[in-house]
Design a binder for this molecule. Structure first.
Ligand code: GLU
Ligand code: MG
Length: 431
């Protein structure tokens, strides 16, 4: 049966074409179901100006992007077309952006993740990735009033929001998302879900879909949800930890880590972490989360199962095949997941190509160890590191690279005069 016929039988009346802009905001167009085939063939118009949109909908520009001219075509990817469980009558598909001549758009973020996946494949390397999703559930109010009071990891919290938590799991499962686990997290009103790993593009799609599903279920329960890096100033925030493994000929390069090929791949990521932060920790609020002793990974180091290192090597349960992976903890969910996963692939490939080696691992909290470098402590510093990284410029192309620099500089500028509470309040309900 055609996609349209299948969706029609499921009661779907309209399809959302989803993409994520440089600032990390999920923007959309929609078409009635009857126009889906047309949208696949011809695309749906959307201005390229969104490449330089900021999270508050103001607009910056670069020499190449951000003007009022031109149009692009959004084309839904039917491989990931999903009837939405918590938005009856709606289906969702991630979209790729093309020029009116049918060429892939130079600054397309999803296209970048795909290009990096293909580059890895050309060297016989396949990445498997997943982004952990943490969020805080509040009562409907501009301030954050946690919707539950139970303790971190506590059964009480689940009992308080039992129907809500079940509905989140059911909606994800009904959408074909393979949930690994779900639990109450550390901070007030905070929960976490993790899903099975997939290729970079699919993993980024999943990160968008899972968050919007959680949002829709929350809404139906009269709850407000924040995926922002910092929800309340001075407390533990929401992370977007990335788990990744890399495979060659069916072999996990992270088996035997760090003496396997996983070593240089991780070393590439570690060396580029300051620059990668401009992609994966893209707001001033990100640096309120990324502080020592908050499990956010604020130090440029690695360790085995060390939750304060930016890179945590996870060996997996002894004997469990394929379980070894690297967790990159310093990133958050304000990030555009396509840009982030693509950039991580680029950094890992750079480490492999250069045969980079890792420093010694750390154990314990690096805050108490002498000489372990902190990651950048501001969006300005991360953006400086990014702007000075030719490897990422080459991987992204000038247009996309320039858009990231311009958007980050503008995001830093617009909140420069705010104190931490003001930064948190400005962004709390944006992500
Ligand atoms: N919420 C913490 C963060 O900001 C992470 C907690 C954990 O280790 O899962 O990244
Ligand atoms: Mg967590």
């Amino acid at each position: 049966m055609s996609d349209v016929g299948r969706l029609h039988d499921l009661g779907v009346r309209a399809v959302i074409l989803s993409y994520v802009d440089t600032a990390g905001i999920n923007r959309i167009k929609t078409v009635p179901l009857s126009r889906l085939d047309d949208a696949v063939r011809w695309g749906v118009g959307m201005s390229p100006v969104f490449d330089t949109f900021l999270a508050d909908d103001s607009i910056t520009s670069t020499g190449l992007l951000g003007g009022p001219d031109g149009d692009l075509r959004l084309r839904p990817d039917l491989d990931r077309l999903v009837a939405l469980a918590a938005q009856p009558g709606w289906a969702w598909a991630p979209a790729d952006r093309f020029t009116q001549e049918g060429e892939p758009w130079i600054a397309d973020q999803r296209g970048f993740a795909r290009r990096m996946t293909e580059l890895a494949a050309a060297g016989d390397v396949t990445f498997r990735m997943a982004i952990e999703i943490e969020w805080a559930v509040g009562r409907d109010d501009d301030d954050f009033l946690p919707a539950c009071r139970g303790p971190a990891y506590g059964m009480t919290r689940l009992v308080e929001l039992s129907d809500y938590c079940r509905d989140v799991l059911v909606a994800l499962e009904d959408q074909g998302i393979a949930v690994d686990q779900f639990h109450p997290e550390y901070a007030a009103g905070q929960f976490e879900v993790s899903v099975a790993p997939a290729g970079p593009v699919r993993a980024a799609d999943e990160s968008v879909l899972v968050r919007q599903t959680i949002r829709a279920v929350s809404q139906r329960h009269g709850l407000r949800v924040s995926f922002a890096p910092a929800v309340v100033a001075g407390t533990v925030g929401n992370g977007g930890h990335v788990h990744l493994s890399a495979w060659r000929n069916g072999r996990n390069l992270f088996d035997g880590f760090p003496d396997s090929e996983g070593g240089p791949a991780a070393a590439g990521i570690l060396a580029h972490l300051p620059a990668l932060l401009a992609v994966g920790a893209p707001t001033p609020a990100s640096y309120l989360r990324l502080v020592p002793s908050h499990w956010a990974g604020a130090f440029a180091c690695w360790g085995v199962e060390t939750r304060e290192a930016a890179l945590r090597f996870v060996p997996g349960t002894a004997g469990r095949p394929g379980a070894a992976n690297l967790e990159v903890k310093c990133f958050d969910l304000a990030a555009n997941p396509y840009l982030l996963l693509g950039a991580l692939v680029a950094a890992a490939l750079d480490g492999l190509a250069a045969g980079k080696s890792l420093p010694e691992p750390i154990t314990g909290d690096p805050a108490n160890l002498p000489g372990v470098p902190r990651l950048p402590t501001s969006l300005d510093a991360a953006t400086d590191a990014f702007a000075g990284t030719p490897m990422l410029r080459e991987a992204m192309g000038d247009a996309l690279f320039g858009a990231v620099v311009a958007v980050r500089r503008a995001e830093a500028d617009r909140l420069r005069d705010q104190d931490p509470a003001g930064v948190v309040a400005a962004l709390r309900w944006v992500y």
